[in-house]
Design a protein around this ligand. Sequence first.
Ligand SMILES: [Zn+2]
Length: 136
Amino acid sequence: MSTEGKQIPHPTELDLEFFESITSTGALHVQQCDGCGDHHHPPRLFCPACFSGDYSFAEVGGLGTVYGYTVSHYTTERGWKDALPYVTIVVELAEGPRLVGSARGIAPEEVVLGLPVRVVPEKVADDFAYLWVEKA
Ligand SMILES: [Zn+2]
């Protein structure tokens, strides 16, 4: 699956910091609390574990398992019509946070809960990257 013809969102605030940590390095990053070290996603102003307001974006390996998924058989987005049916996956990373990404190389009949996967970012703009989910 390619990014050609697909819309490119322009995130703001904490979401922008999340995507810029990825696009500036080419590697997957998630927010990490500077107070207790907890990883979390989506990014937030205060750590849900210790309430610290100090954070950075730390590189993570991208390995995880399928926590949930949906198979789309219809879309109003022109850029995704050629990909139908496609799978959108919630990945639980080894570090703990859950991310949403689009399956690449995983057919709808192959995806199951607990399937080992890897989240692979693909930079499409300075402020956005697609998060592809591939078999690990
Ligand atoms: Zn914390």
